[in-house]
Ligand binder design. Structure first.
Ligand code: 5RP
Length: 218
């Protein structure tokens, strides 16, 4: 089975956690695209979705699903999103698609966060996938120097601006053995908007698509 099939299986498995007449949080990325498509195909009556990116907003609207502002939605029961890496404690690296800040906001506003991914995303130690960090443009160099000080090799993501008008530094070479500590340390660097470690608010359930079906990690 290839990665795409694994993503599709995980996306479809998440459907059973969606309840009618609710507003759900929706993440970003190719796995979430499959979730949105499957959701539309199922024709379940939703009150709407809070979207974590312009890309997901467009896809939801294309399928006729109402996109609701988080400020008027209140607390959400469910958030469904993908990940670039997950460890066994459901601490994640996210932000490969550059939507990490809005994703973290919607995840924090949700009672339950279901992460959908293909099995290749499960790792022992986070950090082989370069850690995305959203940064205010004027702080690019000062933030980069701090990231080098903590042992990383930051690279500016080329030709990319986030939905919030900022840049992304992708940090290579970090072996993230203490995700909670590093998430807080990087967030404290002036100019950092968000970093892609989701450990303060990890996922609650990981659905991993593989050739032997969907594996649950919780
Ligand atoms: C976007 C993300 C995505 O969830 C992550 O990059 C995984 O993407 P994909 O489902 O395409 O593998 O964090 O910011």
């Amino acid at each position: 089975m290839n990665q795409t099939d694994g993503k599709r299986l995980a996306a479809e498995a998440a459907l059973k956690y969606v309840e009618e007449d609710t507003i759900i949080g929706v993440g970003t990325g190719s796995t979430v695209d499959k979730f949105i498509d499957a959701l539309a195909e199922m024709r379940m009556k939703l009150r709407g979705a809070v979207s974590s990116s312009e890309a997901s907003t467009q896809r939801l609207r294309k399928h006729g699903i109402d996109v609701v502002d988080l400020n008027s939605a209140g607390r959400l029961d469910l958030y469904v999103d993908g990940a670039d890496e997950s460890n066994r404690f459901l601490q994640l690296i996210k932000g490969g698609g550059g939507a990490l800040t809005r994703e973290k906001i919607v995840a924090s506003a949700s009672e339950r966060f279901i992460c959908i991914a293909d099995e290749s995303k499960l790792v022992d130690v986070l950090g082989e996938f370069p850690l995305p960090i959203e940064v205010i443009p004027m702080a690019r160099s000062t933030v980069a120097r701090e990231l080098v000080r903590i042992g990383g090799r930051p690279e500016l993501r080329q030709n990319f601006t986030t939905d919030n008008g900022n840049i992304i530094l992708d940090v290579h070479g970090l072996s993230i053995t203490e995700p909670l500590k590093l998430e807080q340390e990087i967030n404290n660097i002036p100019g950092v908007v968000t970093n892609g470690i989701f450990a303060l608010r990890p996922a609650d359930l990981l659905l991993l698509g593989s050739s032997s079906g969907v594996r649950k990690v919780e």
